[in-house]
Design a protein around this ligand. Structure first.
Ligand SMILES: Nc1ncnc2c1ncn2[C@@H]1O[C@H](COP(=O)(O)OP(=O)(O)O)[C@@H](O)[C@H]1O
Ligand SMILES: [Mg+2]
Length: 450
């Protein structure tokens, strides 16, 4: 149904052919999407032969109208000598809907704006996310291919955001890590701001999952290892990514995983950004950490570990960790629902990998890995078929106490449901108390005998 797809989604298989990540999740039904914001320029000012020719060409390219239908409309317009425009005629003939026209116009406006980035020649559109559009371009001076992210005009008016955008862009440009998409340039063309980065000729992890449903465990471990290494570097420099997800991990043709969008300042809060993606099949907040949902001020490296854990989960099970009918439902589950252990979804998964994922996705940031370095240690072990050394251990006393404290009457079922068995915290607590009692007894006996 090419008529219903938006530009940038045309080649994306996930909109129509892939299993939905979450059962019952509303799919990207373009017909139900809100119409894109109307572009700044008025319809009238955009009409005219040049614009109409371009519009006509795109409508034919996208299969909205046939070349013959277009010709007939143009001929009828010329013959009548009326002041009507091509879009008006096309709608009058019921060949296109208002909504379809709006979409094509909005894409054309972005395309036209992007033609004027000094020093770069735009080649084609690579994709579009909820917030921006990414183009493949040639950097003329260095004769190299780059990817350019063009921000929507509406952000131009937010002075604070623009300041952050440049500051973070400059800082990101200092990175030199093969697992991080290089940041090259930030700038402004007309009233639009752009971010120039390394072009990755490959696919995203999202595309891979969409293609194969689930990844081989070994492949997934290797991807997570490379992203963990990127995060270790970024976190050491004080950068938190905040949006780790399959679409932000690009795979080069040589099999190198590259983390995209690091150092790209965000105009919205994490929760708003996640909600803005709602309605796109894979876009709802499937990978956001509980602390970001809560809107905590101090978001640390642990939030990226959670996003990486959720991405890992999706890769090895073919399912997102939490699904729901609305973004709010998904977010509530991140906050409160127990995680279905990944090896229950994919019984072929090794227990070691399942333990690593569960540790990454602990609801409380302090229960996750201390840093990406610890995660790398565990990944090296599970890649060799050994047990992880940080994940999967019975909780220590402090954690047990915290778990018990958290077992308020309001949420008793959640604790019981964890891993589908008895309350883990309580059992660990009893075991530890038993051990302490035995030690106490032995010490008393020894002292008594002495
Ligand atoms: N550096 C890059 N090289 C090649 N393609 C890219 C690059 N960055 C982004 N893309 C493509 O553009 C798409 C849109 O990117 P983006 O606007 O960041 O939204 P999202 O990350 O939500 O998909 C990505 O899904 C990817 O396919
Ligand atoms: Mg991105």
């Amino acid at each position: 149904m090419p008529l219903l797809l938006r530009m940038g989604e045309e080649q994306a298989p996930m909109s129509t052919t892939t299993p939905d990540p979450a059962e019952g999740e509303p799919k990207a039904a373009a017909a139900d999407e809100p119409a894109p914001r109307s572009p700044d320029t008025s319809d009238r000012s955009r009409s005219g032969t040049g614009y109409d020719t371009m519009l006509g060409r795109v409508l034919v390219e996208r299969g909205f109208v046939s070349a013959e239908e277009l010709q007939e409309c143009l001929a009828a317009l010329a013959a009548s000598g009326s002041p009507g425009t091509l879009p008006e005629k096309l709608m009058q003939e019921q060949l296109v809907t208002e909504r379809q026209l709006q979409r094509v116009r909005s894409d054309l406006d972005t395309d036209r704006a992007s033609q004027h980035i000094p020093g770069y020649r735009i080649i084609k559109k690579l994709g579009a996310g909820a917030m921006a559009t990414v183009y493949l371009a040639k950097q003329v001076s260095l004769d190299r291919l780059v990817a350019i992210k063009l921000l929507p005009r509406k952000f131009s008016t937010d002075a604070k955001f623009i300041e952050r955008f440049y500051k973070e862009g400059r800082a990101a440009a200092r990175f030199n890590d093969q697992n991080i998409v290089g940041a090259y340039d930030v700038g402004q063309a007309g009233d639009q701001h752009y971010f120039v980065m390394e072009y990755v000729d490959g696919e995203t992890v999202h595309d891979r999952i969409a293609k194969s449903g689930r990844l081989e465990e070994g492949d997934a471990i290797e991807i997570v290892r490379q992203v963990a290494s990127a995060l270790q570097h970024a976190h050491e420099q004080g950068f938190i990514h905040r949006d780790i997800k399959p679409k932000n991990i690009m795979m080069s043709k040589a099999g190198v995983a590259k983390l995209a969008d690091l150092g790209l300042a965000r105009a919205l809060t994490d929760r708003e950004a996640a909600e803005a993606e709602a309605g796109k099949a894979y876009g709802t907040p499937y990978y956001i950490s509980p602390e970001q949902i809560r809107g905590l001020r101090e978001i640390g490296p642990a939030a990226d570990l959670y996003g990486l854990g959720a991405t890992f989960y999706h890769m090895v099970t073919g399912r997102v960790p939490f699904s729901g009918k609305t973004p709010n439902e998904v977010m509530n589950r991140h906050l409160k629902a127990p995680l279905t252990p990944p090896d229950h979804v994919n019984p072929k998964l090794s227990p070691g990998t399942a333990q690593v994922i569960e540790m990454l996705m602990a609801k409380d940031p302090s229960d996750r890995y201390r840093d990406a370095g610890q995660l790398l240690e565990d990944l090296a072990l599970v890649a060799r078929g050994e047990s992880p050394s940080h994940a999967g251990h019975p909780a220590d006393l402090a954690a047990v106490a915290a778990t018990i404290a958290a077992t308020t009457p309001a949420e008793p079922t959640e604790i019981r449901q964890h891993s589908g068995g008895a309350p883990v915290g309580l059992i660990a607590f009893l075991v530890v108390s038993l051990l302490l009692n035995v030690i106490l007894l032995v010490v008393t006996l020894v002292m008594a005998s002495g």
